[in-house]
Write a protein that binds this ligand. Structure first.
Ligand SMILES: Cc1ncc(COP(=O)(O)O)c(C=O)c1O
Length: 365
């Protein structure tokens, strides 16, 4: 069987075992597995979200196709993001919108630029649509090397991705730097703010000042519905119209749309949970920093990057040892600048003790 040539160049996504499968193998209950590998929201109560889905269910008729231009939902989103409803495009997760950007803007052979280490879907998606990916390294402190980046943004570059807060390093890029890059770039700039609910500031409203800017937001992190798949692209109307043209006609399910709407109506509960995550992140950072052989990096997201600095101990082995104890974390060692690094989702206090003692044991403390 002959697949597309560009597809065969893409490394298969090496996800960890699923929570359910790991539980089965270890003879544990699914709830006993700590899923700290995918940056989901572990603070919002499952039953609370299910209640919101029930509310949403009352508003839909599942026999009907969803309305991708749903004015009611887009109006609520526009209000939350402080933009106009015409500037809002919904997607089945931010992932689908990244794919949509490739579909809409990248001709075969055209380049995108990513600031590495970063979210890998940007490059994969561009490649699958015939594009090429040029990687510009972040500095050692994970900030943007502006001069180097600008020198790489020649006329062959169609799209530049800036992830802020950046996955997997966790830092938020400085406002002034991001604005300088958007202003000087002669291409579309996609600012991925998937984790911005946990950060200090959002630059979403800059879509009103720069006509080359697309901001991505998601309901998988702050809003806690990763399983329903709901993401948003914000941009000026011209770009939004192009995106709407290129996406699948019924790309977002009606249950995802109305659950998103219902969640916006319950924003105060979510805001409380987000504050709890931020507090817990700082507490976890302190605990991880105190573990010998571990360097923990400050974060503005709902995860923390750690580097194993103990001689002879490999992140890959630590990850496996944690997995055998029912704790899933992500090994990011394969990415540039991230030798021996793991990424760990911030979890509620009652899970922290299990995580830190398993880490200490794995590090041979
Ligand atoms: C930086 C970043 N952007 C986008 C996404 C995709 O989000 P979604 O679940 O909305 O597809 C993720 C998911 O982890 C992410 O880390």
């Amino acid at each position: 069987m002959k697949a597309k040539k560009d597809l065969m160049k893409v490394e298969p996504y090496r996800g960890e075992l699923s929570r359910r499968e790991l539980a089965r193998r270890l003879g544990l209950k699914e709830e006993e597995i700590l899923p700290l590998h995918a940056n989901e929201n572990l603070f919002i109560e499952k039953e609370w979200v299910k209640e919101r889905i029930k509310e949403a269910l009352e508003k839909i008729d599942p026999r009907m196709y969803p309305d991708p231009q749903n004015v009611e939902v887009r109006r609520a989103l526009a209000q939350y993001y402080g933009v106009d409803e015409e500037e809002v495009v919904m997607g089945s997760g931010a992932d689908e919108l990244i794919d949509g950007i490739s579909r809409c803007f990248i001709e075969s052979g055209e380049q995108i630029v990513t600031l590495d280490p970063t979210f890998q879907v940007y490059g994969i998606s561009a490649m699958l649509h015939g594009g090429r990916c040029k990687s510009v390294l972040l500095k050692e402190d994970f900030s943007i090397d502006v001069a180097r980046l600008l020198s790489e943004l020649d006329e062959t570059v169609k799209v530049l991705y800036i992830c802020s807060p950046n996955n997997p390093t966790g830092n938020q890029h400085e406002k002034g730097v991001v604005e300088e890059v958007i202003g000087k770039a002669n291409c579309i700039v996609v600012l991925d703010e998937a984790y911005v609910e946990f950060a200090d500031y959002s630059l979403s409203k800059l879509i009103h000042e720069y006509d080359n800017l697309i901001v991505l937001r998601t309901f998988s992190k702050g809003f806690g519905i990763a399983g329903l798949r709901f993401g948003v692209a914000l941009s000026n109307q011209e770009i939004a119209d192009i995106m709407r043209r290129g996406l699948q006609p019924y790309n977002v399910s009606n249950i995802a749309q109305y659950t998103a709407l219902t969640l916006l109506e319950h924003w105060s509960y979510l805001a409380e949970k987000i504050n709890e995550i931020k507090r817990q992140r700082e507490a976890l950072l302190k605990e991880l920093s105190e573990i010998e052989g571990l360097k923990a990096y400050p974060s503005k997201a709902n995860f923390i990057l750690v580097r194993i600095v103990k001689r002879g101990v490999r992140a890959e082995d630590v990850q496996k040892k944690l997995m055998m104890k029912g704790i899933l974390v992500r090994d990011r060692s394969g990415l540039p600048l991230l030798d021996n690094c793991l990424r760990i989702t911030v979890c509620p206090n009652h899970m922290t003790e299990r995580l830190t003692s398993a880490l200490k044991e794995a590090l041979g403390d």
